[in-house]
Design a protein around this ligand. Structure first.
Ligand code: IPE
Ligand code: IPE
Ligand code: MG
Length: 261
């Protein structure tokens, strides 16, 4: 599915007072947006619900974020769904999340087919329950030949573990005589990260107001623009997405250089 301006207009037709599609420069849409989906627990607790209800509600926001990204014509949407540190949560919450990942993926496969979305994962999937792993593999197989947007789900992902894994691979190849010290460069390391072949994120969105990275894409975010909103993930809508993009478009990205005056 290619970028379709008509569909985008229709998708953003009824807009709130403070923002509309006209505020966005469609020629300067970021290629890769990444989201730290945070605040599900607080969303639920503020309503007197169980934290798990927040995660369930968060799935609706994720579906909308995928559709929004496709409509806007992004090349890549990546989202942080479960960190290497999230295993510290109560077992019942971990179990619920693993189950939710599996059921969500099955339920969303028709959307991925319809929108030509190719699935990808960041993280060590070997530690996941078998049922979740099998469903993830099915998602990868069924979307492998899709040529539209890449949707990457970071599950059991930790940036430090990712970099250690890449370093280990390099050392292994060096010990086999396939690499020398001079071959170890930024590109060689980047090729061994889960994000290999993808552009670095242009824009990182974090919901629920936390001003930290929580071990997410430390290497890849070197020159990414950050947008933090107090909105909790289950409340994050296509309009919040647009607000993030408008903010991004107001930035001057210098990459260490100077802007010609
Ligand atoms: C993000 O919401 C979802 C995951 C980390 C899986 P949280 O569960 O972290 O929600 P808060 O931060 O406790 O509100
Ligand atoms: C980051 O959120 C991980 C995900 C969103 C999956 P956390 O809620 O786990 O982060 P901390 O604990 O507040 O840093
Ligand atoms: Mg959190």
């Amino acid at each position: 599915m290619q970028f379709d301006p008509e569909k985008l207009r229709a998708y953003y037709a009824d807009h709130p007072d403070d923002i509309s599609l006209d505020d966005v420069d469609l020629e300067r849409i970021p290629r890769h947006v990444s989201i730290i989906m945070d605040g599900n627990g607080r969303w639920a607790q503020s309503r007197g619900l169980d934290r798990s209800q927040g995660h369930v509600a968060g799935v609706d926001s994720l579906r909308e974020a995928v559709t929004t990204s496709v409509r806007l014509g992004l090349d890549v949407l990546s989202v942080y769904a479960f960190s290497t540190e999230n295993w510290r949560r109560p077992q019942h919450e971990v179990d619920l999340l693993m189950h939710l990942f599996a059921t969500t993926l099955v339920n969303e496969l028709p959307l991925f087919h319809q929108e030509n979305v190719r699935l990808r994962f960041f993280g060590d999937l070997s530690a996941l329950p078998e049922q979740t792993r099998l469903v993830f593999q099915r998602g990868l197989d069924e979307t492998a030949d899709h040529s539209g947007m890449v949707f990457a789900l970071a599950v059991n992902y930790g940036s430090r573990a990712e970099i250690v894994r890449a370093a280990r691979e390099l050392v292994g190849e060096a010990l086999e005589g396939k690499l020398s010290a001079e071959d170890v460069c930024e590109e060689a390391l980047a090729e061994r990260l889960y994000t290999a072949g993808l552009p670095d994120p242009d824009l990182l969105i974090r919901t629920s107001g936390e001003l930290r990275l929580s071990n997410y894409l430390l290497w890849q975010l070197a020159y990414t623009e950050f947008y933090v909103t107090d909105t909790l993930w289950p409340d994050f809508s296509r309009w919040d997405f647009l607000r993030a993009i408008v903010s991004f478009q107001g930035r001057s990205r210098r990459f260490g250089g100077v802007v010609a005056s």
